[in-house]
Write a protein that binds this ligand. Structure first.
Ligand code: SAH
Ligand code: SF4
Length: 376
């Protein structure tokens, strides 16, 4: 099969060109054609030496992901479903905002972490995406949007990428790294390190690797103020408990392009949304990790058996954090009419891990109780 050029960051492409007897500047030209111009036909890469074009044809290609569907939400959010073969499909979501455009990218078909409240987790895990499959989501979205919005040459449609689609990016590190480098490369998408965010459920050793290899903005999905509850909601916590996770966050900040970690916290009615739990969170992180909180109202899906915290409860929770001096935002739900909101991305996954069965088995151990004192 032909080599997929989307699998390479610039150094990788230079090595590939070197093997074809071509100099690095040719690789730079090629990389720019692919990522900056969105060109996939070598014949149309007009300033590329004819000899190189001839060498490429037949051995290399720019392999886009077959598009299965496109849904546009009433708020302008767009969800694309891509075929990744063998009955698996992954989703990418574009979220337009006044000042910028954000693309939410998937890193795996399914996810092996199996968080209790996440529809991807409920689907189980099929496989890691390749670098080319991760990059192809951005390649497709950027160039389709540029054409659709009739942007002038060089003007970007997407200036923010969040690795918050399907999958745990730090459990697919080998493929993630060249993808991040391509996003950041000035000859690629030229995104600022502060505007590329890796979101993780807390794979501690890989947080350390990312700090060394390619520090970008980091979001950590916290969801609970203590290990007992976090064990139940985010099973990875049993391997990397809170104390270790927070230490890794502190180490990350030594190299991070931002001087804070974003903690994501999915608000689950009667599970993790009590004011006392907010106070516990404050005790946990304050004076330890410079951070901001992003509270995400839970986006329900049928199999979860969980409910979204009522608005007043989310506000009260935010107030406790804010009163302690922690910057806290409440995420606006976008695209929920097309199931594109956080945690609703399910794609199609051929589960190879029996995650679904394990989740059903665990359900009983999660305290879904409505406290009698909780006013509704
Ligand atoms: N695996 C990574 C990134 C993908 S999930 C992670 O867990 O961080 C992106 C974010 O969506 C995470 O913060 C996750 O906790 C949150 N999320 C998952 N399911 C959700 C749901 N049903 N409602 C709201 N947020 C959800
Ligand atoms: Fe995986 Fe993230 Fe969903 Fe947890 S929240 S199951 S880590 S995608």
């Amino acid at each position: 099969m032909a080599v997929n050029l989307l699998d390479f960051d610039l150094d990788g492409l230079a090595a590939f060109c070197d093997a074809l007897g071509e100099k690095r500047f040719r690789a730079v030209q090629l990389f720019r054609w692919v990522h900056q111009k969105g060109e996939s036909d070598f014949e149309r890469m007009s300033d590329l030496a004819k000899s190189l074009r001839a060498k490429l044809s037949g051995v290399a290609e720019v392999r886009a992901l077959p598009l299965l569907s496109e849904h546009v939400s009433a708020d302008g959010t767009i969800k694309w479903l891509f075929d990744v073969g063998a009955g698996n499909a992954v989703e990418a979501v574009f979220i337009p905002e006044a000042e910028r455009g954000t693309l939410c990218v998937s890193s795996q078909a399914g996810c092996a972490v199996g968080c209790r409240f996440c529809s991807t987790g409920h689907q189980g895990f099929s496989r890691n995406l390749t670098t080319g499959e991760i990059v192809a989501q951005l390649w497709f979205a950027e160039h389709r949007l540029r054409r659709r919005l009739a942007l002038a040459g060089g003007e970007r449609a997407i200036d923010n990428v969040v690795m918050m689609g399907m999958g745990e990016p730090l459990q697919n590190y080998a493929a993630l790294l060249p993808a991040l480098r391509t996003m950041l490369d000035d000859h690629g998408y030229g995104l600022s390190r502060r505007r590329v965010t890796v979101s993780t459920s807390g794979v501690v050793p890989m947080i350390d690797r990312l700090r060394e290899d390619c520090p970008v903005a980091l979001a950590v999905s916290l969801h609970a103020p203590d290990d007992a509850l976090r064990d139940a909601l985010v099973p990875l916590n049993r391997k990397y408990p809170l104390a270790e996770l927070l230490d890794a966050c502190v180490r990350y900040l030594e190299r991070s392009p931002r001087d804070f970690i974003t903690f994501e916290y999915c608000m689950l009615d009667g599970v993790n949304d009590a004011p006392a739990q907010a106070q516990e969170l404050v005790r946990l992180v304050r004076a330890r990790v410079p951070c901001k909180f992003n509270l995400i109202p839970f986006n329900p899906f049928p199999a979860s058996g969980l409910l979204r915290s009522p608005r007043e409860r989310v506000l009260a929770f935010a107030r406790v954090l804010q009163d302690a001096g922690i910057v806290t935002t409440i995420r606006k739900t976008r695209g929920d009419d097309i199931d594109a909101a956080c945690g609703q991305l399910a794609g199609e996954v051929q589960d190879r891990t029996r995650a679904r069965e394990r989740l059903v088995g665990r359900r009983a151990s999660i305290p879904i109780v409505t406290r009698p004192e909780a006013p509704r």
